[in-house]
Design a protein around this ligand. Structure first.
Ligand code: FAD
Length: 440
């Protein structure tokens, strides 16, 4: 059992960790000052690839192709780059105990890591069906059958790729109708699986999509051969004699045959290591606009952080890649500036989400509150669908969405969501469509 000391430790090896390491390298760290500790066996990578290019039947994305920070057009930090930059990359190391008062972390193998400054970047993890940890923990019958899979880390994606190969052209049930459920259903369909999506809500992506937007995607998916079952959940599984999943029982009494089940249901922040040691809010670790937590010298970034969203005068947790990158950079800039007696500006984040599946690609900026209107051609049979939506609250446009937008159109969405201009009427927004945003 070893004890090591670092000036800075980044705990986690995901997107935020990669972008924080890059920012430390940009700002300058001395050899041996910074360590990144991850339970994954690979250097930080762009996680969104796992439900997209990683699952392509041909030309699939593989590491080292998508290590951070290629997702934002930045320098790719290969495993050896960390060493060259004097950063210690400590992989396959799960931290099981954190003592924030003593400034120490303990790994599963009993190694102790001391720090002066800690950045917590430990993600969200899958929240299964009801908010418990796994289907098995929740006592769902048969949930430990083989080929019931989850997708969070690269090991999970490898298991899914193996199952896709082993069950070629078989039947897949995707539990969950969020963006991961939608992306996985598309990926399995592209791999020639007979796919059924099951989710309890009245339409897909209910946290963002309106019924109108969802209707487009559901019809598009149905046209591609994906079956969609709404308003119910998986309540149990039966297995073959060899332990592999055979059937999914739905709460509404139906039974679906399945060679693979993939569960992509929501996420909740991984804060258990720090329970009782740091202030929490909205289920995440509470931070200020510099990602400082309530404990001196401890920062939290990415999915795990509940931070002030300045433009809405609100505090939120955001589980999307753009924020994980930007929050990591902000925290490191704040740490380095404070060392030099300076300060950085408060984080002023404009929420941005995106997803890609089949030939589709959408982007959303801002807040999805108030009334909403659809513009453009949302006919799912159109070979190149191109439509959008605005959200209007208090007479101002506060959110903008577009499927199939060009680079310039997507930039216009960002501008309109940031500027929050007044809208004459919803009808006028429908009439003007994307040109309303383009004029901002
Ligand atoms: P993560 O990237 O999840 O990294 C957390 C890291 O911490 C992991 O390496 C984990 O192993 C490590 N860790 C956790 N606990 C410990 C411990 N105790 N000890 C050591 N290491 C630990 N967002 C979008 O905006 N668009 C998308 O299209 C999109 N697609 C996605 C597809 C998938 C399959 C997934 C899972 C997420 C997707 N996201 C997408 C969300 C996005 O990837 C996350 O918001 C982002 O990765 C969060 O970054 P993070 O650094 O907070 O956490």
């Amino acid at each position: 059992m070893a004890e090591k000391s670092f000036k800075y430790i980044i705990l986690g090896g995901g997107v935020s960790a990669g972008y924080a390491a890059k920012e430390f390298a940009n700002q300058g760290v001395k050899p041996g000052e910074l360590a990144v500790i991850s339970k994954e066996a690979v250097a930080p990578y762009e996680r969104p690839a796992l439900s997209k290019g990683y699952l392509f039947p041909e030309g699939a994305a593989r590491l080292p192709g998508f290590h951070c920070c290629v997702g934002s057009g930045g320098e790719k930090l290969l495993p050896e780059s960390y060493k060259q930059k004097g950063i210690e990359l400590i992989l396959s190391t799960e931290i099981v105990k954190a003592d924030l008062a003593a400034k120490s972390l303990v790994s599963a193998a009993g190694d102790v890591f001391k720090y002066q400054t800690l950045i917590i970047a430990t993600e969200s993890f899958l929240q299964i069906l009801t908010g418990e940890e796994t289907l098995t923990d929740f006592g769902v019958k048969g949930a430990d059958s083989k080929n019931i899979l989850y997708l969070r880390e690269i090991d999970d994606a490898d298991k899914l790729v193996e199952a896709i190969k082993a069950k070629k052209g078989g039947k897949a049930v995707v539990v969950g109708g969020g963006y991961i459920g939608l992306e996985l259903s598309a990926a399995l369909r592209i791999n020639n699986f007979d796919v059924t999506m099951v989710f309890p809500e009245p339409w897909c992506m209910p946290r963002l999509f309106t019924a109108d937007i969802a209707a487009f995607y559901e019809t598009y998916y149905t046209n591609k051969g994906v079956k969609i079952i709404k308003g119910t959940v998986a309540s149990g599984f039966t297995a073959q004699p060899n332990g592999e999943v055979k059937e999914v029982q739905l709460k509404d009494g139906r039974t679906l045959e399945a060679d693979i089940v993939i569960v992509g249901v929501g996420a909740k922040p991984l804060t258990s290591l720090f329970k009782g040691q740091v202030e929490e809010d909205k289920g995440g670790i509470k931070t200020d606009a510099f990602f400082k937590t309530s404990v001196p010298d401890v920062y939290a970034v990415g999915d795990v952080a509940t931070f002030p969203l300045k433009m809405y005068g609100d505090v939120r947790r955001v589980e999307h890649v753009d924020h994980s990158r930007k929050s990591a950079e902000q925290a490191v800039k704040a740490i380095k500036a404070a060392e030099g007696g300076a300060a950085v500006e408060e984080y002023d984040y404009l929420p941005f989400f995106y997803s890609r599946s089949f030939d589709l690609s959408w982007q959303f900026y801002g807040d999805n509150v108030g009334d909403s209107v659809l513009f453009g051609d949302s006919n799912p049979s159109n070979p190149k669908p191109r439509f959008g939506a605005y959200w209007v609250q208090g007479g101002k446009v506060v959110g903008a969405f577009m499927e199939g937008g060009s680079g310039d159109e997507n930039k216009a969405l960002a501008k309109v969501a940031k500027a929050r201009p007044s809208a004459e009427s919803l009808d006028e927004l429908v009439k003007q469509g994307i040109s309303f945003a383009a004029k901002i």
